[in-house]
Design a protein around this ligand. Structure first.
Ligand SMILES: [Zn+2]
Ligand SMILES: [Zn+2]
Length: 257
C-alpha cells in the first residue's frame, strides 16, 4: 500500500463511520438508507439508495443527440441531433446527462433547496458508472461548476453544482476548479423566461476571474439542462480565453421542448 492508498482507505473508513452516525437519505424516497444491510450475498455497506428505489430512475442512454445529449424520441432515432439542436447553434462542443429529468426531479429539488447535499455522492457514482470512461477519454483537465451569484450562494448556503462537481472530481480524479469563473450579478430565475429572454438575461453575467486560463479542455457542471443558454454563455467566455474543447455534464435533462 502506498501513501495515497493508505490515505484513500482512511477516508473510506472515516466515511463509513460517519454513515453510521449520520445516516444517509435515499435520493428517491428520502427515507434513511441503512449504513449496513445483510443480504444473501453478505454484508453490504455504504449503500446510497434503496435497491427498489433505484429501479424507478431512468438513465440517459441509447440514441441521444450528438450535441446536447438529450434522448431522441423513437421517431427521430436515426437523426444525429435533437430538434432543438438543429434549430440552435451551441457554443459548447458536446454534453452528457445522467438522468431523465422526470424520474429524478424530486431528488434534484431537495438537493438544490432542502440541503440534501449528501445526494452528491450518489449522483457522482452514477455519473462515473454511466459515462466515466468516456469522460476520461476526452482528456478533461478541469471540472468547472456553473457559478452561483455570491449573494445567492450565501443565502442558500451552498452551490449545488459545486457540491456535485466536488464529488465528481473525487470519483474521476480530475481537479475541480471553482475559482476561474464567477457570476457577477443575480440573474432572474430561468424558469420564468422564454428562450430569447434567457439569452438576454445571461448576457455578460459571467466573468473569467483569472488572466491566464491554460486549460484546453474543460467539463462544465450544472444540475439541469433545459435550453443550454447558461452553458453556452459560460462556454463563450472560456472560448475567448482559448479553451479549445468545452463539454458539459448535467444531472438531468428533459425531452425536446
Ligand atoms: Zn428509497
Ligand atoms: Zn440536442
Amino acid at each position: 500500500m502506498d501513501l495515497q492508498e493508505i490515505k484513500e482507505t482512511g477516508i473510506e473508513i472515516f466515511d463509513k463511520t460517519l454513515d453510521l452516525v449520520y445516516p444517509r437519505h435515499c435520493p428517491v424516497c428520502d427515507e434513511i438508507v441503512s449504513a449496513i444491510s445483510f443480504g444473501w450475498d453478505g454484508v453490504v455497506t455504504g449503500q446510497l439508495i434503496h435497491d427498489k428505489c433505484r429501479k424507478k430512475i431512468r438513465y440517459i442512454h441509447g440514441n441521444t443527440c450528438l450535441k446536447c445529449g438529450k434522448l431522441l424520441p423513437d421517431s427521430e432515432s436515426d437523426n444525429e441531433y435533437c430538434r432543438d439542436c438543429y434549430k440552435t447553434k451551441h457554443v459548447f462542443d458536446r454534453g452528457f446527462s445522467i438522468f431523465e429529468y422526470r424520474s429524478i426531479s424530486g431528488a434534484i429539488y431537495r438537493f438544490k433547496y432542502s440541503g440534501r447535499q449528501e445526494y452528491a455522492r450518489f449522483f457522482a457514482g452514477e455519473a462515473k458508472k454511466l459515462c466515466g470512461a468516456r469522460l476520461k477519454k476526452l482528456g478533461i483537465e478541469a471540472i468547472v461548476p456553473v457559478p452561483m451569484f455570491k449573494g445567492k450562494e450565501k443565502k442558500r448556503g451552498y452551490n449545488q453544482a459545486e457540491i456535485f462537481a466536488k464529488e465528481l472530481s473525487l470519483a474521476l480524479k480530475i481537479p475541480m476548479r471553482n475559482d476561474i469563473i464567477e457570476r457577477n450579478r443575480n440573474t432572474r430565475p430561468m424558469k420564468e423566461l422564454d428562450v430569447c429572454g434567457r439569452r438576454n438575461n445571461l448576457k455578460k453575467a459571467f466573468n473569467i476571474t483569472q488572466n491566464d486560463v491554460k486549460f484546453k479542455c474543460i467539463l462544465i457542471i450544472d444540475d439541469i439542462y433545459t435550453t443550454g443558454s447558461t452553458i453556452d454563455e459560460i462556454a463563450h467566455e472560456f472560448r475567448i480565453t482559448g479553451v479549445k474543447r468545452i463539454y458539459f455534464l448535467t444531472l438531468a435533462i428533459g425531452q425536446t421542448t
